[in-house]
Write a protein that binds this ligand. Structure first.
Ligand code: ZN
Length: 137
């Protein structure tokens, strides 16, 4: 009985990557370092959900960049808010909040963002150093 169990266990051990049978230690999971590395690369690949969120964030960033080039600076913040909505900007998604020297907060999509006021929004861009200062070392 014990021998049957051991044989069964040995026969079912296979590499998690290529499914080849494994020989050697019972806790072995991969045939070699190459299969181990391939398996870990795949498991670190972003899931479809993460890729969709990333797509929304990148789209928001590009709409914010376009806002600065398209709308004249004296346009009302309401007009800028409406313009963002019309372009399909998704206000539910942002990467972080950037505190500004005057105490306001900029809602950011990477280095591009906006500041909310009573009427709407104003675009705001972070300098590379400001963004890097917020990131963990
Ligand atoms: Zn393998």
């Amino acid at each position: 009985m014990l021998i049957d169990h051991m044989i069964f266990r040995l026969q079912t051990l296979e590499c998690k990557e290529c499914r080849e049978s494994l020989r050697g230690r019972r806790d072995k999971q991969f045939c070699d370092d190459s299969c181990r590395a391939k398996h870990h690369r795949k498991s670190n690949k972003p899931s479809p959900l993460i890729r969709r969120v990333e797509g929304v964030l990148l789209r928001n960033r590009s709409i914010l960049k376009e806002l600065k080039g398209t709308i004249e600076c004296e346009a009302t913040s309401d007009r800028q808010f409406q313009w963002l909505r019309k372009q399909g900007f998704d206000f539910n998604f942002h990467t972080h909040v950037q505190p500004l020297p005057d105490g306001r907060l900029a809602i950011m999509c990477f280095e591009e963002g906006y500041v909310v006021d009573e009427e709407g929004v104003r675009p705001w861009s972070a300098k590379k150093d400001q963004l890097l200062a917020l990131l963990p070392c």
